[in-house]
Design a protein around this ligand. Structure first.
Ligand SMILES: [Zn+2]
Length: 247
C-alpha cells in the first residue's frame, strides 16, 4: 500500500477515536445526572412510604382523642346514673350510656384497622429503605466506573491527539487539506473502503471498473466520484485449507 494512503487511513482511525472520545466526554455529565435521578427516585419512594406511615399515625391519634371523648362522656353518664333519684332518669341515662358505648366501640374498631394498616406501612418503609440502600450501593459503583471510564477516555483522546499531530507532520500538506476538506463535507468520514464487489462502502455507488481496478492496487489516492471520499481496498484473506475429514 502507498505510504500516503496508509497514513490517510490511520488519520481516519485517529479522527474516529477522537470524535468517539469527545462524544463520550460530552455525555459524561448526563450519565452522572441519570444515575442521580435513579437514586432520587428511590429516595422519593422512601419519602412517600414514610409520609403514608406518618398519616396513619396521625389518623390513629385523632381516633384516640375521639375515643377519650366518648370514654369521658361514658363515665360522666355512669356517675350521673349512680346519683339519680327516679327510675325514668335512670333508664334515660341507660340509653345515653348504650349509645356512647356503641360510638366508642366503633371508634376502637377504626383504631384497630389503623394499627393493622400501620404494620403494612412499616413493612413498606423498610422495603423502600432496603431498595434505596441497594440502589445507593449500585450507583456508587456505577459512578466509580464512570469516573474510571472518563479517565480512560481522556487518556485515549490525549493519545490520539498526539498521534494525529505526529501523523500530520508526515503527510504532505495537500493531502491533509484534501482529507480535511472531504471530512468536513462528509461528517468526519474522509476515507471509504471499496467493497469486494466494487462499491464505495460509504455512499454505496458502484465504482467504474477501471477505477475499481486502480483502487484495488492501493498505490494511489483515488476519490469516489460520488462522495469524494478517499478509497482503499482490503483484499480478502487467503483461503484457509480445509482439513480432509475421512469417514
Ligand atoms: Zn462514495
Amino acid at each position: 500500500m502507498s505510504p500516503d494512503l496508509d497514513r490517510l487511513i490511520k488519520l481516519q482511525h485517529l479522527d474516529n477515536q477522537i470524535a468517539d472520545a469527545r462524544q463520550r466526554i460530552a455525555a459524561h455529565p448526563q450519565r452522572l445526572a441519570d444515575a442521580d435521578a435513579r437514586l432520587n427516585e428511590a429516595k422519593a419512594h422512601v419519602d412517600a412510604a414514610k409520609k403514608r406511615l406518618a398519616e396513619n399515625h396521625e389518623a390513629k391519634r385523632a381516633l384516640e382523642k375521639e375515643a377519650a371523648v366518648y370514654q369521658g362522656r361514658l363515665s360522666k353518664f355512669k356517675d350521673q346514673q349512680a346519683a339519680v333519684k327516679t327510675n325514668r332518669e335512670y333508664q334515660a341515662l341507660g340509653h345515653e350510656i348504650e349509645t356512647a358505648q356503641h360510638e366508642l366501640a366503633a371508634v376502637e374498631e377504626k383504631e384497630i384497622e389503623r394499627m393493622v394498616e400501620a404494620d403494612g406501612l412499616t413493612a413498606d418503609v423498610k422495603q423502600a429503605e432496603a431498595e434505596l440502600a441497594a440502589r445507593q450501593k449500585a450507583i456508587d459503583q456505577e459512578k466509580k466506573e464512570l469516573t474510571a471510564e472518563l479517565q480512560q477516555v481522556e487518556g485515549s483522546l490525549s493519545d490520539a491527539t498526539t498521534a494525529r499531530a505526529t501523523l500530520i507532520k508526515e503527510l504532505e500538506p495537500r493531502l491533509t487539506t484534501l482529507f480535511e476538506m472531504v471530512a468536513r463535507a462528509r461528517r468526519g468520514l474522509a476515507v471509504s473502503m471499496a467493497t469486494r464487489d466494487g462499491l464505495c462502502s460509504q455512499c454505496h455507488v458502484r465504482l467504474r471498473p477501471h477505477v475499481f481496478q486502480q483502487v484495488r492496487a492501493n498505490d494511489q489516492i483515488i476519490q469516489c466520484d460520488s462522495c469524494q471520499r478517499i478509497l482503499y481496498y482490503v483484499p480478502p484473506p487467503p483461503p484457509i485449507e480445509q482439513p480432509i475429514v475421512r469417514a
